[in-house]
Design a protein around this ligand. Structure first.
Ligand code: NOJ
Ligand code: CA
Length: 558
């Protein structure tokens, strides 16, 4: 791909920011974040430099799974605003040069969706076959249950319907029957609607469950991956540059399948759950090896596809791909109390409290995340180091209101704090200690640091586009990797350990070594000279550096 055409695959060098409208900013003072509030903060988001906003579900919903239980795919929940407000927001974001993607949650509906109401009412309902029914639940292992705290089976008997229905998630979220062609048409219609309004793509919820036909009775003549290929083809016809960002928490090989064939004809971006989980093991051990192994185990992916990198998403920080012993190590390091853990497989904390508030280590982790090959995805509040509120049940502990100021309702709302849908944390991570307003004024704050790193990440397309290679750092705590793209090379060093280290790094540079130097890309430190193609450098505990390897004739990096 020539430089001139890189913007076609804009997501390869994007910085994505995930937010929940309900928790971002409440303009009308009713205690609930709204689209108007989000529109007011578009300039803040443009200012920190994120280039793509991912909106968690904002559709009408009884809110029993924070909006992932939808009753109308074509509207905005009235508590958040109107469709008109959505278009104003979209228009504003686009004007500021930002892309917007929205959650496409079509594995299931709310049980209050008109389709399910009709389906359960009568066997002759036109929507009966939109869902998956059985006279008797098949004997199945409980491993299919996603939320084991609330459900013990993926089948529930419905009195009205007189049959059992399939639901991989909560029982109030009946799974749609993807084997039904009308359901697939409805999904295309929904995607087409939002594309027509101007969104730039979708974060696709629960993809493996969406395409699975396991529970459907009888012979199903449907290739699950064909469903994704059809959806991708449909979307490409409507909007060639629209992106599909898939949620698929699987090990590397099965995960690879979701990119599609060699050309990449299914999902464009996949969250890298295996590398994310290995990163936490590496952090817990203060050793680069688990992360290096996971990066090496990554399958080759089509050139038009990309990994989405994240330290934290809105759910529990799942560690389900680690062995029991490895998970126990991560729990011990970052969430030793049972109350910090969830479903025996994950953590319900945000990163800063997990790291005991260590500012240097926190920055090292984000530097690492931004330097790993892929597209970084931030969860709102990460840019200021927000913490969780463990007083809130389950996964919602990390979905508290955005902290804008040091006021009691954190500048999120004019309403009394007691009227907010979720309580703001108190103490070391409460708004008195962590808020945007204070950090704006402090040049050394996490917010200003994050803004600088985001800018640098966007200016470093080698990381999004290049081929990455792990180097032997000679020290077990240090991950060293370089990314080469066209005639340019970037080197990143991360010390996962608390102790300072001295490195002597042989650089297998593809470029002539004559007169080359390592130009510092972060934090404005001095450049380093290469001696005989070697870099000799000290890294402090949890130190991190990025360099562009530059010859005398190259354009200077500012
Ligand atoms: C995955 C989402 O990330 C999660 O928040 C949601 O509860 C389930 N899918 C069900 O939609
Ligand atoms: Ca409001």
């Amino acid at each position: 791909m020539s430089r001139a055409r890189t913007s076609d695959l804009w997501w390869k060098n994007a910085v994505v920011y995930c937010l929940d409208v309900e928790m971002f900013l409440d303009r009308n003072g009713d205690g609930i974040g709204d689209l108007d509030g989000l529109t007011d903060r578009v300039d803040y988001l443009a200012g920190i430099g994120v280039s793509c906003l991912w909106l968690m579900p904002f559709y009408p919903s009884p809110n029993r799974d924070d909006g992932y239980d939808i009753t109308d795919f074509y509207a905005v929940d009235p508590s958040l605003g109107s469709l008109g407000d959505f278009v104003v927001f979209l228009r504003t974001a686009r004007d500021r040069g930002m892309r917007v993607i929205v959650d496409l949650v079509v594995n299931h509906t709310s049980n209050r969706h008109p389709w399910f109401r009709s389906a359960r009412a009568s066997r002759s309902s036109p929507q009966r076959d939109f869902y998956v029914w059985r006279d008797e639940p098949p004997a199945e292992p409980s491993t299919g249950v996603v939320f084991p705290d609330a459900e013990d089976s993926i089948w529930t008997f419905d009195d009205k319907a007189g049959q059992w229905y399939l639901h991989h998630f909560y029982s109030h979220q009946p799974d749609l029957n993807i084997a039904n062609a009308e359901v697939r048409d409805e999904i295309a219609r929904i995607a087409g609607f939002w594309l027509e309004l101007g969104v730039d793509g979708f974060r696709v919820d629960a993809v493996p469950y969406l395409i699975e036909t396991g529970g459907v009775k009888g012979d199903v003549d449907l290739d699950p991956h064909g469903v994704l290929k059809d959806l991708r083809a449909f979307i490409s016809r409507r909007r060639g540059d629209a992106v599909l960002l898939g949620e698929v928490n699987l090990p590397p090989e099965p995960l690879r399948a979701y990119f599609g064939d060699a050309e990449g004809d299914e999902v464009d971006l996949l969250f890298d759950f295996p590398v994310m989980q290995a990163m936490y093991l590496a952090l817990a051990r203060q050793q680069a090896q688990p992360l290096a192994d996971a990066l090496r185990a990554r399958p080759e992916i089509p050139s038009d596809c990309q990994w989405a990198m994240f330290a934290r998403n809105h759910d529990e920080l799942t560690l389900d791909q680690l062995s029991d012993e490895e998970r126990a190590e991560v729990f011990a390091a970052f969430g030793p109390d049972e109350d910090m853990q969830l479903f025996g497989r994950g953590l319900r904390r945000r990163l800063p409290p997990m790291l005991g508030g260590d500012a240097q280590r926190l920055r090292m982790v984000y530097s690492l995340l931004f330097s790993l090959p892929g597209t970084p995805v931030l969860f709102y509040g990460e840019e200021i180091g927000m913490g969780e509120n463990l007083a809130i049940d389950g996964r919602m502990s990390v979905r508290t209101p955005m902290q804008w100021t040091d006021e009691p309702a954190a500048g999120f709302s004019r309403a009394r704090p007691s009227r907010l849908r979720r309580p703001i944390p108190k103490g070391a991570y409460g708004p008195l200690a962590v808020n945007v307003a204070d950090q704006r004024r402090d040049h050394e704050s996490l917010l200003n640091w994050m803004e600088r790193v985001i800018r640098r990440r966007r200016e470093t397309p080698e990381l999004g586009w290049g081929r990455t290679e792990l180097l032997d750092s000679g020290h077990e705590a240090v991950l060293a990797h370089r990314s080469c793209w066209e005639s340019s090379e970037v080197l990143a060093l991360h010390n996962l350990g608390a102790e300072p280290v001295e490195l002597r790094l042989a650089l297998p540079t593809d470029l002539p070594s004559e007169g080359r130097r390592a130009v510092d890309l972060l934090d404005g430190r001095a450049d380093e000279a290469l001696v005989d193609g070697r870099l000799e450098i000290k890294l402090e505990g949890y130190g991190y550096r990025w360099f562009r390897l530059q010859g005398e004739a190259d354009t200077t990096t500012p």
